[in-house]
Design a protein around this ligand. Structure first.
Ligand SMILES: Nc1ncnc2c1ncn2[C@@H]1O[C@H](COP(=O)(O)OP(=O)(O)OP(=O)(O)O)[C@@H](O)[C@H]1O
Ligand SMILES: [Mg+2]
Length: 738
């Protein structure tokens, strides 16, 4: 194989000695000769390794640069860990290969990335870097687009196609390697990318697909087998069957609630068949769950489930908890995991048995609809752990014989759908049109059409179809003063440029700017929090429950004077009104958070799950940063300070008085409050605080005390310091052993 010896060594050392068939095919198709390629093959068939070979060949032999695009942050960090093993390899210039990851802050050029050879980024981050015209992006010689079938995703697909189109425009000689699940129109994607394509059905562990009706599984190949019917719940029976035979099961449920309820029912049954050592290991995992983040009823119930070898996994969980659960499932400690379909792509979590409890999905406003074959195949593909299982099973649950037939026909024997570009939607296209002008990719209407003519959309349809929408968007951007027009020339104004860089929807920017003109009777935290909750970038509003309506209405009336946007009339437009109440709810949640309401109380009072709270916090931080930046641009002095302070408070979840303490490393809102209430209110207080007193505060202890003293300075007797050091070592040791 034409790759550097040093790379081979690293790969062999990692335990890989032979190539999987799809890898061989990819190499035969010229992946290592710089040819563009779309590789479509099933889950866990080793697509990443092909990308690793290509990347290292570019870097070590030709001094090139690789960008690896993933759709999710979690996936980016998984890939980063995989690439790290190459960091010891020497390049031609004698320097070692450097691997970088970039997923955060969208308002930055990240010039430091220049020094890296492989950069792993989310599609959104890459898009934002292109908007900032990060110089190093012109030097990319290989782009890897992972999970390229996501072009079909209405939210994330358009970003991916715009990024690929731009990269190909900037670097015409760049090699493109796209990795995909098996889909119907690989050829079409390949044509768009000027690539050849390979489709394989090869899997490292063979897959048996089937349908479970009552106590009998009917397999695709005509075989059948019976399982013990211990309870009325088929998914549960199947999972029990797998665990009894020494395997693990992954169950996909349609909603978060179903996933959680099912996990509870399973825990009761599984608990009885766990061995002592397994229980002990699980006890440790449960403790880790409780130690991660604030203690809430969710973390408690999750820990209880983990003790019984079970867990649930969905977007309502905080990232810390999700990571622990993924880890213990991978290590075989957790036996049954219930999950919503978000887990179906990307994150590497195989199980011997995959159960698809429900082929219908609910979406607010749409009702129930059957999932796509592509989605089914992605879930089914998780079945079978290489090295542990000889065969993987993916089973759909049917309630009637008719349904069993339907499922067999449509899913098990079904072909995945074609994937379609989702770009031509005004809401989506708006920011891409602005960015194309603002980042100097085009300066005329013709140039815009040319650029969008390079997208997957134009390849599948026709640019004419998109021209009408672009014209409409241009008018909007012109009316809102984000672009200027001189003859046929279109240029971005300073406002337009900044909006594009801030990576927010132009509609959000207009909402923010317009509030600078208004002078509310009272400008409060609530004013700003509600204003950002009103922007489309805040994401879906937190829907109020009917039981909350009265309270929200009352709250809204009491605070009417503080809102920066018009309050819709309840009787004129019910939908707008309820949407508004949802925004008020989001603002109330954030307000509760910065008033130091405990996570548990937020969950209880607003019925908002931690994952949703963290997402709201992330978005709020971003929008407050954007508000601040636009306030600088428009000279809106009234909100300059407010926004900065609010941003830090939202980040830390604290009242104003706690800002200094919460910024200390290892402190945070809960411990900060404990110290504050004990009389240590400033850095100066901490500097003079006797070590013993700090150590004896609840949740603080010697390790943190040392860390605090290191940060704030202050005199410590040598003897005391030595003792702390000793305790520190001892504690660290206890922690690692544990
Ligand atoms: N030739 C090989 N021999 C043994 N193990 C391999 C080989 N190639 C890859 N693997 C292992 O197979 C696992 C799955 O590979 P990878 O993550 O690349 O799958 P994938 O094709 O990208 O699947 P997905 O569609 O789920 O992303 C990894 O743990 C990897 O280390
Ligand atoms: Mg992959």
């Amino acid at each position: 194989m034409a790759i550097p010896e040093s790379v081979k060594e690293v790969v062999i050392k990692s335990g890989i000695v032979d190539l999987y068939p799809p890898q061989e095919e990819a190499i035969k198709a010229g992946a290592l000769d710089g040819r563009n390629l779309v590789l479509a093959s099933p889950t866990a068939s080793g697509k990443t390794l092909v990308a690793e070979f290509c990347a290292l060949k570019h870097i070590v032999e030709a001094g090139g640069k690789t960008i690896y695009l993933t759709p999710l942050r979690a996936l980016a960090s998984e890939k980063f860990d995989e690439f790290k093993k190459y960091a010891s390899i020497e390049k031609k210039d004698g320097k070692r290969v450097r691997i970088g990851i970039s997923t955060g802050d969208f308002d930055s050029t990240d010039t430091w990335l220049e020094r890296y050879d492989i950069i792993i980024a989310t599609n959104e981050k890459a898009d934002s870097l292109l908007r900032h015209r990060a110089k190093w992006m012109d030097e990319i010689s290989l782009v890897v687009a992972d999970e390229v079938h996501l072009l079909n995703d209405s939210e994330r697909g358009p970003t991916l196609e715009v990024v690929l189109a731009r990269l190909m425009q900037v670097n015409p000689d760049m090699q493109v390697l796209a990795l995909s699940a098996t889909i119907n129109n690989v050829d079409e994607i390949a044509e768009w990318l000027k690539a050849s394509h390979i489709t394989t059905e090869w899997r490292p562990v063979s897959l048996r697909e089937g349908i479970l009706l009552q106590d009998e599984i009917q397999y695709k190949d005509g075989d059948a087998r019976k399982i013990e019917r211990k309870t009325k719940d088929s998914a549960l029976n199947l999972a029990l069957n797998t665990v009894k035979n020494g395997g693990q099961a992954l169950i996909f449920a349609s909603t978060r609630k179903n996933a959680a309820t099912l996990a509870k029912r399973i825990a009761v049954e599984i608990q009885q068949i766990l061995s002592k050592p397994v229980r002990r290991a699980l006890e440790h995992e449960a403790e880790r769950i409780l130690a991660a983040g604030e203690r809430t009823r969710i973390s408690e119930s999750l820990a209880e489930l983990v003790r019984c070898g079970t867990a649930f996994h969905h977007a309502g969980l905080g990232g810390g908890h999700r990571k622990i659960i993924e880890g213990s499932f991978r290590e075989g400690k957790i036996k049954v995991l219930t999950a919503t379909p978000t887990l179906a792509f990307g994150v590497n979590l195989p199980a011997r048995t995959v159960v698809i409890q429900d082929y219908k999905r609910y979406e607010a406003g749409y009702g129930y609809y059957p999932i796509s074959v592509l989605e089914y195949k992605q879930m089914a593909g998780r079945a079978g752990r290489p090295k542990y299982d000889k065969v993987g099973e993916a089973i759909l649950i049917a309630k009637t014989a008719d349904e069993a037939d339907y499922l067999l026909e449509s899913y098990v024997l079904g072909r995945p759908e074609r994937i379609w570009s989702r770009l031509a939607v005004e809401r989506i296209l708006r920011s891409h049109v602005l960015a194309t002008i603002a980042a100097d990719f085009a300066h005329t209407e013709q140039g815009l059409f040319e650029f969008f003519g390079r997208t997957f959309y134009a390849h599948q349809y026709d640019t004419d179809a998109i021209k009408g929408i672009i014209a409409k968007i241009l008018k909007y951007l012109y009316d809102e003063e984000m672009i200027e027009v001189f003859g046929s020339d279109i240029n971005a104004t300073r406002f337009g440029k900044r909006v594009s860089e801030l990576y927010i929807d132009p509609v959000s920017a207009v909402i923010i700017r317009d509030t600078f003109k208004k002078k509310p009777a009272h400008l409060t935290d609530l004013s700003l929090l509600h204003m950002i909750a009103h922007t489309p970038d805040m994401g879906p509003v937190m829907r109020p429950y009917s039981s909350e309506m009265d309270e929200l209405t009352l709250f809204m009336e009491e605070h009417r004077e503080e809102f920066l946007t018009e309050v819709p009339n309840e009787w004129d437009d019910r939908i707008d009104y309820e949407e508004f109440l949802g925004e008020v709810k989001t603002a109330m949640v954030l307000k509760g958070w910065i008033e130091e309401m405990s996570e548990d109380l937020v969950i209880d009072k607003f019925r908002v799950q931690p994952g949703d709270l963290y997402r709201a916090i992330e978005n709020a931080k971003w929008l407050l940063h954007s508000t601040h930046e636009l306030a600088v641009l428009f000279g809106a002095k009234e909100v300059l300070l407010e926004t900065v302070e609010l941003m830090v408070r939202v980040e830390k979840g604290v009242k104003k008085e706690l800002l200094t303490l919460a910024k200390l490393e290892g402190v945070g809102r809960v411990r900060g409050r404990i110290m504050y209430n004990a009389g240590y209110k400033t850095i100066e207080d901490l500097k003079h605080a006797p070590i013993e007193d700090l150590m004896n505060l609840p949740l603080i202890g010697s390790v943190l005390t040392k860390k605090i003293k290191e940060q704030v300075g202050g005199f410590v007797k040598k003897k005391t310091w030595e003792r702390l050091e000793r305790e520190d070592v001892w504690k660290q040791k206890a922690l690692t052993e544990y």
